[in-house]
Design a protein around this ligand. Structure first.
Ligand code: UD1
Length: 433
């Protein structure tokens, strides 16, 4: 049981390099199971979700090597098993990409249902509906789903809800189907584009990724060549930009694609934050003693405001003057972390899908827990502006998605310590040692 201890009141300043995108690396790594061959994937974040997916690929027979600096070598020609039902498969959401990948390659897959953060209901009915339309027979049991087909055939698939996972899974299977598949109402997230770019670089024929209509001309066989570099993580980048805004700081990020952050930057500007934007850099600044102003935002699929930055923005609104309104339109239950913020002093009232936040309030350090990955990052942010010391438990959830989190926070001037055992008295910590 490890935890973070944070001393509040520091202004975060400095420059850090953003890691590769977790949500792009997961489908790309799973996609190596679709095509037999040797891969070199660069800019892969070394975080727990990625380690788990690589272990799963190994358990299927792949040869996997993680080199320093985020390069992963995978030989998927040795995969000889399409059953992934161990407990670790249920640890992360991204394991569901093996459905499309293994079905596309072997015509068969048996997968434990994916886990991931608890945002309420997280069905995969649209993934399965799409795969059925390509010709798969599917049996669903309580924790396991079994898919098989004699042949996959291209089809026109309309997604009732914009789903990142369903779009990617259908793209994967359709890349090896006979004929053309068209996905209507497809997700447009940068990681969908990254998966399409990766598959195309390996010989697939996918057009329209980044729009809501994606066309995939299937090929029975194609062989991967060369290396591929994962896009930077826009949610990690967004979290650090929000920290600059929160602490009246000055943070410059390297290795980012600024356009992926447009929705966040627009909202932070409304709140009083200044930006310098380069080709692959973004710098966020707020002068000390200038106030943040409350704003409203609604989460939506890309290019809307990302739901994965909703908890971080919630913390920011607690420090902004006025009443801000947050509407969560992607997940049906993504406010479950709010009681933790209230414990520190937040004034938030929820009403259905909306939360009303009154600020600014002074937080008082206390013992809290990460509810999920992004809510955990939000709790760290709350600790940054709390008086005294805050202890955040369940940090395994944070480390599922943020590479070198403590090192990057220290580089920016935060006073943060990782403890393997919870403290008995959190007021007696020496942050200097
Ligand atoms: C991915 C991200 C997650 C992010 C989410 C939305 C990964 C590993 N996770 O999750 O961090 O919050 O996108 O940007 O990339 N839905 C259905 N049926 C389905 C699939 C989805 O009803 O079969 C609904 C979900 O309940 C949700 C909405 O569609 O309300 C969007 O979900 P989806 O885009 O599929 O999210 P994930 O791919 O699971």
């Amino acid at each position: 049981m490890s935890s973070y201890l944070l001393e509040g009141g520091q202004r975060l300043e400095g420059e850090i390099k953003i890691s590769g995108s977790k949500n792009a690396a997961l489908p790309v790594l799973a996609a190596t199971a679709l095509l037999e061959g040797c891969y070199r994937i660069e800019n892969v974040p070394l975080i727990d979700d990625i380690r788990t997916l690589l272990e799963i690929l190994r358990s299927l027979g792949a040869e996997v090597e993680f080199l320093p600096e985020g390069t992963v070598l995978i030989d998927s020609s040795t995969i000889n098993n399409c059953t992934a039902i161990s407990e670790r498969v249920g640890k992360l959401r991204g394991s569901y990409y093996l459905l499309g990948a293994l079905l596309g390659r072997f015509g068969e897959v048996q997968l434990r249902l994916p886990g991931g953060c608890d945002f309420g209901r997280r069905p995969i009915d649209l993934h399965l509906k799409g795969l059925r339309q390509l010709g798969a027979e599917i049996i669903e049991e309580e924790c396991v789903v079994y898919c098989r087909c004699s042949e996959l055939t291209g089809s026109n698939i309309f997604l009732d809800i914009v789903s990142v996972g369903a779009t990617a899974n259908i793209m994967l299977a359709a890349a090896r189907a006979k004929g053309t598949t068209t996905i209507y109402n497809a997700a447009r997230e940068p990681h969908i584009v990254d998966l399409a770019n990766f598959l195309n670089a390996m010989g697939a024929r996918i057009q329209g990724a980044g729009t809501d209509i994606i066309r995939i001309r299937g090929r029975a066989a194609f062989r991967p060549t060369g290396s591929y570099s994962i896009i930077p993580d826009q949610i990690e980048a967004g979290t650090y930009l929000a920290m600059a805004a929160l602490t009246a700081g000055d943070i410059a990020l390297r290795n980012v694609i600024p356009s992926h952050l447009d929705a966040l930057i627009a909202k932070l500007r409304e709140m009083g934050v200044d930006f310098e934007i380069g080709e692959e850099e973004v710098r966020a600044m707020r002068a000390p003693h200038t106030a943040l102003t409350a704003t409203n935002f609604v989460t939506a699929p890309y290019p809307g405001f990302p739901t994965d930055l909703q908890p971080q923005m919630m913390v920011l609104l607690t420090q902004a003057a006025g009443v801000g309104k947050v509407t969560e339109n992607v997940w049906n239950n993504r406010f479950q972390y709010i009681p933790g913020l209230k414990q520190l002093g937040a004034r938030i009232v929820t009403q259905g899908r909306s939360a009303f936040v009154t600020g600014p309030v002074q937080f008082t350090g206390s013992r809290v827990a990460a509810y999920d990955l992004r809510a955990g990052a939000a709790m760290v942010m709350a600790g940054l502006v709390s008086s005294g010391t805050t202890e955040i438990a369940n940090i395994e959830l944070i480390e599922r998605g943020y590479e070198n989190f403590v090192a990057k926070m220290l580089q920016l001037g935060a006073k943060i310590i990782k403890r393997e055992e919870p403290m008995t008295n959190i007021t007696e910590i020496d942050f200097v040692s």
